[in-house]
Ligand binder design. Structure first.
Ligand SMILES: CC(C)(COP(=O)(O)OP(=O)(O)OC[C@H]1O[C@@H](n2cnc3c(N)ncnc32)[C@H](O)[C@@H]1OP(=O)(O)O)[C@@H](O)C(=O)NCCC(=O)NCCS
Length: 233
């Protein structure tokens, strides 16, 4: 392994965003050093320093999450569609924004827990989307719901965006399918900090998924988990 100019772990958090069996590692501090494997360094050879930094931060969090699960210390290569390639028997998701990074990893068959087929994680600033994006991200039904929540202090339009991105990240490594934002129907449950997602019926995707969201330190963190019970019909 080769040392890259990024930092040791500084923050770790286990939140209730995911079911039991999923490890979540978060990190903010970019000062210090981290280790990248040659293929990871190679993937970032032409990237800007900022991008190299966030990438290394993600790999660092990912390896710590794997270690917490008793997993191997291995490279996490970049897939053909930018998807992180997890070691056999593990699934995970990486997100970073404005110096904040979060990574969730799980064993696909954790002992004592239901099997997990995919994980999606997304983070964004807890602020409204630019107005012109709302109609791209949200269906008419979702826009009607947004209007009913106006003034309640929550950036629901951004939450729709993040929820759909997290669903995409959750499914893509298994299904290799692209979705349009408006292909998915998201319904939030503000009382419980959760949401349900309806998906188009495709033979290799579940027809519904669910997830949870939280706001901490001005950042939205939103998580989708594809459990075996959501397996496709
Ligand atoms: C992939 C995408 C979701 C990343 O989201 P983002 O907000 O730009 O950035 P984030 O920091 O939250 O996530 C980036 C991480 O997502 C992961 N990722 C990228 N492509 C992925 C994919 N196809 N599948 C799963 N995870 C992926 C990577 O780990 C990446 O970090 P890394 O490159 O350092 O490893 C987004 O850029 C994208 O390509 N979306 C296209 C699909 C889309 O938007 N469809 C409509 C939504 S349904």
């Amino acid at each position: 392994m080769v040392a890259a100019a990024v930092t040791p772990m500084v923050e770790r958090a286990q939140e209730q965003l995911f079911p039991e069996g999923v490890v979540l590692v978060t990190r903010r501090d970019l000062a210090g050093g981290a280790e990248l494997f040659p293929e990871e360094l190679q993937a970032m050879a032409r990237a800007t320093p900022t991008r190299q930094h966030e990438f290394a931060l993600g790999r660092c969090c990912a390896r710590e999450a794997l270690a917490l699960l008793g997993g191997p210390r291995v490279p996490i290569p970049v897939g053909r569609f930018r998807d992180p390639v997890w070691p056999f028997g593990y699934v995970g998701s990486i997100t970073h924004c404005q110096g904040f990074c979060a990574v969730a990893v799980a064993r696909t068959s954790p002992s004592g827990y239901p099997a997990i087929r995919g994980i999606g994680l997304d983070t964004e600033p807890a602020a409204s989307l630019p107005e012109e994006l709302t109609g791209v991200v949200c269906s008419e039904k979702e826009c009607t719901w947004l209007a009913s929540r106006q003034g309640d202090g929550m950036p629901w339009d951004r939450l729709f965006f993040c929820a759909k991105e997290s669903v995409y990240k959750c499914l893509f490594p298994t299904t290799h399918r692209f979705f349009e934002f408006r292909d998915m129907g998201v319904q939030f449950d503000p009382e419980h900090g959760s949401f349900d997602v309806m998906l188009p019926s495709l033979y290799d995707s579940p027809s519904h998924l669910s997830g949870r969201y939280a706001i901490r330190d001005g950042m939205l963190l939103i998580a989708t988990t594809w459990m075996e019970e959501n397996a496709c019909p």
